[in-house]
Design a protein around this ligand. Structure first.
Ligand code: HEM
Length: 263
C-alpha cells in the first residue's frame, strides 16, 4: 500500500495545482492568487496550533504550549515577509485585473476571523459575511462561543492563586473582551515576581509575541495596500487604508500591553 504512495498523491497535487484559476489573462493575477492561497494554508496551520495551545494551557501543560506558540510566531514571520513578494506587483499591474475581483476581499476570510476569535478578539459583526449553514460559519461560531486563548490564560492566573474576578472567569465568551483592572493587576504581580511565576511570565511573553506579530502583519498590509491602491476604497466595501489603519489598535491581550506602563 505505502509503496504505491507518491509525492503527488500524498500532497494531492492534482487538486492543489488545479486550484489557481485566474479570471483575466494578466500575468500578475497568478501571484495574487498564490499569495492569498498560501496565506489561507498558513492560517489553517496556525488555527491547528492555536487550538492545541488552548487545550494545553487549559490543562496547565505550559511547556508544550510554548512550543506550539513559538511555531505560530515563526509562521507569522513568513506571512509578514510575503508582503514583500506581493509589493513587486505595481499599481498598474493590479488595476489591470482588480475589476475581476468584484466585491471579494480578504475581509471575508473566515479563517482570519476564526484566528482573531481564537486569540481573543471577539467581534460578532463579522459573522454576517458568511452564509447560514456554511462550514465557514460553523467554524466561526464555534471559535466565537468558546473561551479564547486569552480566556484560558487568565483562568491559569486564578489557578495560580492570583485574584481574578468571577465576572471575568465566567464571562459570556462570545462577547468582546473588556479589559479589566484586576486582570492587569494579576499580570503585574507575575511580571513583578518573575521567579515565582516563571511559567506564567513565559506564557505572557509568548502571547505578546503573537500579538506583536499580528500587528506587524497588519502594518505591512496597510503599507502594501497604500503602495498598490493609494487612497482608493477596498473591494470589500470599507474606505481602504483608513479602515486598515484603525485595525492596528486591536490587541488580543490588552492587559499584557497596558501593564508595561505601570511596571
Ligand atoms: C493588492 C493587494 C491587496 C489590497 C489592495 C488589499 C486591500 C484590502 C482592503 C482595502 C481591506 C479592507 C476591506 C475592504 O474594503 O476590502 C482588506 C482587508 C483584508 N485583507 Fe487585504 N488587500 C490586499 C492583499 C491582501 C493579501 C495578500 C492578504 C492576505 C495574505 C489580505 C488579507 C486581508 C485580510 C485578512 C483583511 C481583513 C483585515 C481586518 O479586517 O482586520 N489582503 N484588504
Amino acid at each position: 500500500m505505502t509503496q504505491d504512495m507518491t509525492y503527488a498523491r500524498y500532497l494531492a497535487l492534482d487538486l492543489l495545482l488545479a486550484a489557481q484559476q485566474p479570471l483575466s489573462d494578466r500575468h500578475d493575477e497568478l501571484l495574487f492568487i498564490v499569495i492569498h492561497q498560501t496565506k489561507e494554508l498558513w492560517l489553517k496551520e496556525i488555527i491547528h496550533e492555536v487550538n492545541l495551545a488552548k487545550r494545553l494551557v487549559a490543562t496547565h501543560d505550559l511547556e508544550p504550549a510554548y512550543k506550539a506558540l513559538a511555531r505560530v510566531s515563526r509562521i507569522q514571520t513568513v506571512m509578514t515577509l510575503s508582503w514583500d513578494v506581493l509589493a513587486t506587483m505595481t499599481p498598474a499591474d493590479y488595476l489591470s485585473f482588480r475589476g475581476d475581483l468584484g466585491s471579494s476581499s480578504g475581509f471575508q476570510s473566515h479563517q482570519f476571523r476564526t484566528l482573531e476569535y481564537l486569540l481573543g478578539l471577539k467581534d460578532q459583526s463579522f459573522l454576517k459575511f458568511h452564509a447560514e449553514g456554511s462550514d465557514a460559519l460553523v467554524q466561526l461560531r464555534t471559535a466565537l462561543e468558546a473561551p479564547s486563548l486569552y480566556d484560558v490564560a487568565i483562568a491559569q492566573l486564578a489557578k495560580a492563586g492570583l485574584a481574578v474576578p468571577d465576572a471575568v472567569l465566567n464571562r459570556d465568551f462570545a462577547q468582546t473582551y473588556a479589559p479589566s483592572p484586576e486582570v492587569e493587576a494579576a499580570w503585574l504581580e507575575v511580571y513583578r515576581d518573575t521567579q515565582r511565576y516563571w511559567e506564567l511570565y513565559q506564557l505572557a511573553e509568548k502571547l505578546v509575541d503573537l500579538d506583536d506579530a499580528l500587528v506587524t502583519w497588519r502594518h505591512k498590509h496597510v503599507l502594501t495596500v497604500e503602495r498598490i491602491i493609494g487612497g482608493r476604497p477596498g473591494t470589500g466595501g470599507t474606505d481602504g487604508i483608513g479602515y486598515l489603519a484603525s485595525t492596528l489598535r486591536r490587541r488580543c491581550f490588552p492587559e499584557l500591553w497596558s501593564l508595561r506602563t505601570k511596571l
